[in-house]
Design a protein around this ligand. Structure first.
Ligand code: BES
Ligand code: MN
Ligand code: ZN
Length: 493
């Protein structure tokens, strides 16, 4: 894990293997660096376009042997998200050269504070260095090499303690999101429901949280009917994970719910085989909730948080639940199964019902719930729905802060009409159109408190990364959930 620190220094005196300096379009670095950078700028080889990089060797003109110029684009359009990307670019460049130490001149902007800047830079760096290499057997040093240190260099007059707290928060955010990524990247022959339960126990032990794990008989006894049905035909038995962080006295908790289908074959309504391997990621919501809890524990947030993670496989088999079956849910509602591939909403419904016992201040669930949400928003935003406009805005804002966009989609009563049942109260699919919204409408039937739902089917994993996100699991929305809770804690993280 890279060590991240903040300090004041003149850039020409920093003795790291590489000094990286971000430049906005048309701007120049501080005068002492011009001896090294001057030609690259005057020749027009480097113009400051966003993402552009030029590596220069300094030949003793300054203390560091290498200077990396990094384009930050238009100054007026600079955001913490762009800073996250810039930091990711810097550390990846350092990694490809197998360097030990990097210094990055922390870019400032009028749009955000030093603390926010340091947080974004630390996040981008620690997220950008993440790789999932557990199953690479290459014995060369490419798997053992790690960047040792990143120093964020502060301009004169910058508040050190603000910056260092920001960097600390950013590192904790990234560690939680990276945990979420690893849980989600882990294949389903390893990442079983019991494996996730074990991870929850470890998070609890690290941070002094309470944890309770229900096994199959506990799940049945607690009336978690959907989870029992979906998990019925799998040899890797289901688990219901309850993890509690107490930092807020006797306030009502925020409950985080995460779908953890460790493999979604579709069950009897089996999916086509092409691309089915991606359904190991169908526990990304649960992974994000566990990752968020890791960060919450590290930061010791002054809020009460309960994490509920229903974990199961969805497989066909002799004892599998079937289309046409009717489930009498714990809340009393009856559900007719039209597709066993609409399993996520069934296990989420159980968790939403279970959440009532906490008299929660708010409940946020996150789930790779529908392919329809990917059709609607592509891979560029999570679908955001709910029953409380204020809560929805709060979640959307948290997502913006995290660089994990969420977009509000409607839950008009017509979508609820679409899932009205013939045999039972409701059915678990609503037909071809508006699939993300009928899924949201289904969940709404079980939410008896302020509730928001994030459909992360398009954002939790992908084939295309960015400078701080490799292919595979992204960790979304772990950081959004923590930003939300930092907000609830009064910004006092
Ligand atoms: N896990 C899937 C949704 C999904 C699809 C996530 C692609 C990520 C990528 C979910 O359980 C599912 O199968 N949903 C069905 C619902 C349908 C049967 C109403 C879907 O979206 O097709
Ligand atoms: Mn499914
Ligand atoms: Zn699923």
């Amino acid at each position: 894990m890279v060590r991240i620190a903040t300090r004041h220094s003149a850039l020409e005196e920093v003795a790291a293997d590489l000094v990286a300096v971000g430049l906005f379009e048309g701007e120049q670095p501080p005068a002492p660096l011009m001896e090294v950078a001057g030609d690259a700028l005057s020749s027009g080889d480097f113009s400051g376009k966003r993402g552009e990089t030029t590596l220069l060797y300094t030949r003793d003109a300054v203390s560091s042997p290498r200077l990396l110029l990094l384009g930050l684009g238009d100054r007026a359009a600079f955001t913490t998200e762009r800073l996250r990307c810039a930091a990711g670019t810097v550390v990846r460049r350092a990694r490809s050269a197998k360097l030990q130490s990097v210094a990055f001149a922390l870019p400032a902007s009028e749009g955000f504070s030093v603390r926010e800047a340091a947080q974004a830079a630390a996040e981008g760096a620690a997220l950008g260095l993440y790789r999932f290499t557990s199953y690479k057997t290459d014995t060369g040093n490419s798997n053992t090499y790690e960047l040792e240190s990143l120093d964020l260099i502060l301009a004169e007059g910058t508040d050190e303690s603000e910056a260092s707290r920001g960097a600390e928060v950013g590192a904790a955010m990234a560690a939680g999101a990276n945990l979420a990524r690893s849980l989600a990247n882990e294949p389903s022959n390893t990442a079983t429901p019991e494996y996730l339960a074990r991870q929850a126990r470890e998070i609890a032990a690290r941070h002094g949280m309470d944890v309770e794990i229900l096994d199959r008989s506990g799940i049945e006894a607690a009336d978690l009917v959907g989870l029992a049905a979906v998990g019925r035909s799998s040899a890797n038995e289901p688990r219901f994970i309850v993890l509690e962080h107490r930092g807020g006295g006797d306030e009502s908790p925020v409950v985080l719910v995460g779908k953890a289908v460790t493999f979604d074959s579709g069950g009897i309504s089996i999916k086509p085989s092409a691309g089915m391997e991606d359904m190991k990621f169908d526990m990304s919501g649960g992974a994000a909730v566990l990752g968020a809890m890791e960060t919450i524990g590290t930061l010791g947030l002054a809020v009460n948080v309960v994490a509920l993670v229903p974990a199961t496989e969805n497989l066909p088999g002799g004892s599998a639940f079937k289309p046409g079956d009717v489930l009498r849910m714990g809340s009393g509602k009856t559900v007719e199964i039209l597709s066993t591939d609409a399993e996520g909403r069934l296990i989420l419904a159980d968790a939403l019902t279970y959440a009532r016992r906490y008299d929660p201040a708010a409940v946020i669930d996150c789930a790779t719930l529908t392919g329809a949400c990917i059709v609607a928003l592509g891979h560029h935003a999570s679908g955001l729905m709910g029953n409380d406009e204020d809560l929805i805005s709060e979640v959307q804002f948290a997502g913006e802060r995290a660089g994990e966009r969420a977009w509000h989609l409607p839950l008009f009563e017509e979508y609820t009409e679409q899932i009205k049942g013939d045999t039972a109260d409701i059915k678990n699919t609503g037909g071809r159109y508006g699939g993300a919204l009928t899924a949201g409408a289904f969940l709404k039937e079980f939410a008896a408190y302020p509730w928001a739902h994030l459909d992360v089917a398009g954002t939790a994993f992908g084939k295309k990364g960015n400078p701080y996100t490799p292919k595979g699991a992204t960790g979304t929305p772990a950081r959004s959930l923590v930003e939300f809770l930092i907000g609830r804690a009064g910004g006092n993280e």
